[in-house]
Design a binder for this molecule. Sequence first.
Ligand code: H79
Length: 414
Amino acid sequence: MAAQAVPAERLAARAWFSGAKFGLFIHWGVYSELGAGEWVMHNRKIAVPAYETLAATFDPTKFDATAWVALARRAGVRYITITARHHDGFSMFQTGATPYNIVDWTPFKRDPLAELALACRAAGIKLFFYYSQLDWHHPDYWPRGATAWDNGRPDSGDWSRYRTFMNVQLTELLTHYGPVGGIWFDGMWDKPDADWQLDTTYALIHRLQPAALIVPNHHQRPRAGEDVQTFEQDLPGANTAGFNTSYVSGDLPLETSLTMNDSWGFNITDTSYKSVRTIVGYLVRAAGNGGNLLLNVGPRPDGTISPEFVARLDSVGAWLGTYGAAIYDTRGGPVPPRSWGATTQRGDTVFVHVLDWPDPLLALPPLGARVRSAHLMRGGAAVPYRQSAAGVTLELPPAAGELDRVVVVITTGR
Ligand code: H79
């Protein structure tokens, strides 16, 4: 699909997404009960009937959508992306396509996505649904792909029925919850060459909600109908995770999804939490790349969110309270991300984010416009500078523990 064929509603939604900069990812499901991450069914070769029994005990009585959204507001996120259905195949929403869902299969009997959708709408936060195309439970996910060969499923199934099942569920997600931000697809990498008929599914989504964005985590170059290029555990263009493409779209909004420890789903033994400094560094470097940060929490099986997650989200929110103007509604700045930090810009203002630089002088390449003034974002003190044809040198104050010394550089127009 050529760029001009993308309808105005979706272009506007893409522009909104580009400016949003910070989202909260939520991985929550039956797997949370075992406290060993969202891949536990595959990793421990749990048979389908055993996992079904586990699912029948899921009862998150302390789930409170308004509390989650209040936390999201304090953190300063503009959108939430939540697992509607992960690879384990369990639907965390009311669906007529299978009884294997939270309303019909569990004592909880509530639809958390409906409650979250209401709370998000009241708070002005957009809600996206994560939807796994890979399914370790559905009998029609056949032929299988790279994963879950040891769960006791029959070696048979009707692939076209599975595609229909997905389209029915996506129709429900796009018609029962009001306007949604979009669908975040994952798991296609399990069998990338299968006949997914993406065009049909994408057309269905765009017909049902013309402003809904399609965010595909297939680790490939973006295809027609897709709206965002998302990178898992990596900044755009980086590939420390080993499965991201080095190709970075020049016209689609970008996103980096990131775990706060080393797990997506609740993991009771994973205490490798990133520091607030590291998380702010990702947010700044993502913005410097022109992208968003989608920061993950894995709530507990009772529906509460661990204090380690809450504390970090509150700290990032407090940081954004001071520095948000250098992040929200910016685009990537004139200097591409560097080892010392990154730049963002809005109009004729360039924000120089100094994350890690030990010396008083920081030399930048030319900014593409003359500098008129420079001051510290926090406190407003003037920052001495020199400019020449070779670039701009800033004279920085000592860091004094600040995570990011943001220098506001006003130029003569960009
Ligand atoms: O939902 C979270 C993860 O459960 C899911 N995506 C995030 C957001 C995810 N699981 N695994 N991956 C992402 C990484 C995929 C790894 C792969 Fe492979 C390596 C896919 C292809 C090669 C291992 C081997 C899994 C399939 C084949």
